[in-house]
Ligand binder design. Structure first.
Ligand code: PAF
Length: 293
C-alpha cells in the first residue's frame, strides 16, 4: 500500500492502474467499521482501491468541532491496508487549499437548504461539494463509495456529479450499525460510556417510527412525533426530526413515495445524525395482508 500526500504523487501512483477499475472511498479519517465496509465493497468491485483521509476545514461551521474531530492517521493506515486499500491519499490543508484558492462548488435549491443545510448552513455543503469535486478530479475513480448515514450528502454529491458530468458512479452502501443499532460514526469516539448508552435511544426511536409506518401510518407529523417523544423521554437534545422526499428532500405531509426520516441530535457535546428510508413500495406485502384481513 502506498501513502501519498500530493495530487501529483497520487496521479503518478494511479497512472499504471487505470484500466482495471479504480474504487474511491473519501473519508475524514478516524476509520470505523462503516468506512471499512466501504473499502471492502470498493475492493470487491475494482482492481485498485484509493482511500482519502482529509479533515476538510471548509465543511465545519464551528471551529471547536473541527478542532475536536478525531485524528488517528497511523491507526487508519493500518486498518485501510487490512481492508484492501492500495493507495492512501492524505493531503495537507495547503495541498488542498493552496494560497489564493478561490473556487467554490455550490449545489443550490432545496437539496442544501433543508435538514443539515438548515442547521449548519449551506456553507457546510459548499465545503463538502468543493472538496468532493477536488478529490474526484484528483483520483478520477470509476466508482466512489458513500455511506447512507450521510443521506443528504449523498443526494448533494449525486446532483453535483450529474450537473458537472463528472464521469464516476456514485455507490451508496447501507448505514453500518453497532449491535444496539447506533449508526457508526467517527464522532461516536467522543461519547463517554454513559452518553454511548444513552445514544442507543436514536435507533430505538427510529425503529418505533418504522414499525408505525409498517403498520400503515403515513402521516409524517405522527411519525416524527413518535421519534421526538422517544428522544425527549431520554433527555436527548433534538436539532431536527424530519421526513422528506428521498430524492428531492422536499418536506412531506403524507408518505406516498420513498421518504427519508432524518434526525440530528446532541448527546452531551457530540452532534449525531441518523436516518431511515420509509418506502411505501416495499411495504406492499403488509398492506396486502391487512386488506385481506
Ligand atoms: O463524509 C465525509 O467523511 C466527508 O463529508 C467527505 C465526503 C469525506 C468530504 O470531506
Amino acid at each position: 500500500m502506498r501513502i501519498v500526500r500530493t495530487v501529483d504523487e497520487l496521479r503518478a501512483a494511479l497512472a499504471p492502474h487505470r484500466s482495471g477499475g479504480i474504487g474511491f472511498v473519501p473519508t475524514m479519517g478516524a476509520l470505523h467499521e462503516g468506512h471499512l465496509s466501504l473499502l471492502r465493497a470498493a475492493a470487491a468491485d475494482n482492481a485498485t482501491v484509493v482511500l482519502s483521509i482529509f479533515v476538510n476545514p471548509t465543511q465545519f461551521g464551528e471551529a471547536a468541532d473541527l478542532e475536536a474531530y478525531p485524528r488517528t492517521e497511523e491507526a487508519d493506515i493500518e486498518l485501510a491496508e487490512h481492508a484492501g486499500t492500495h493507495v492512501v491519499f492524505a493531503p495537507s490543508a495547503s495541498e488542498m487549499y493552496p494560497a489564493g484558492f478561490a473556487t467554490t462548488v455550490s449545489v443550490g435549491g432545496a437539496l442544501t437548504g433543508t435538514l443539515e443545510g438548515a442547521v449548519r448552513g449551506r456553507s457546510h455543503f459548499d465545503g463538502v461539494a468543493t472538496v468532493v469535486a477536488k478529490l474526484l478530479l484528483a483520483v478520477q475513480p470509476d466508482r466512489a463509495y458513500f455511506g447512507a448515514k450521510d443521506a443528504q450528502q449523498v443526494v448533494v454529491v449525486r446532483r453535483m456529479v450529474t450537473d458537472l458530468r463528472i464521469p464516476v458512479e456514485i455507490v451508496t452502501r447501507p448505514t453500518s450499525r453497532d449491535a444496539d443499532g447506533l449508526a457508526r460514526s467517527s464522532r461516536n469516539a467522543r461519547l463517554s460510556a454513559e452518553e454511548r448508552t444513552l445514544a442507543a435511544v436514536i435507533p430505538r426511536s427510529l425503529r418505533v417510527a418504522q414499525d408505525a409506518f409498517a403498520s400503515g401510518i403515513r402521516d409524517t407529523s405522527r411519525l416524527t412525533a413518535l421519534v421526538q417523544e422517544g428522544l425527549s423521554e431520554a433527555g436527548v437534545d433534538q436539532e431536527y426530526v424530519e421526513i422528506v422526499d428521498a430524492d428531492s428532500l422536499e418536506s412531506l405531509t403524507v408518505i406516498a413515495r420513498p421518504a427519508l426520516l432524518a434526525l440530528a441530535v446532541r448527546v452531551g457535546e457530540v452532534r449525531l445524525i441518523d436516518n431511515v428510508v420509509l418506502d411505501p413500495r416495499s411495504d406492499d406485502r403488509i398492506i396486502l395482508e391487512r386488506s385481506r384481513a
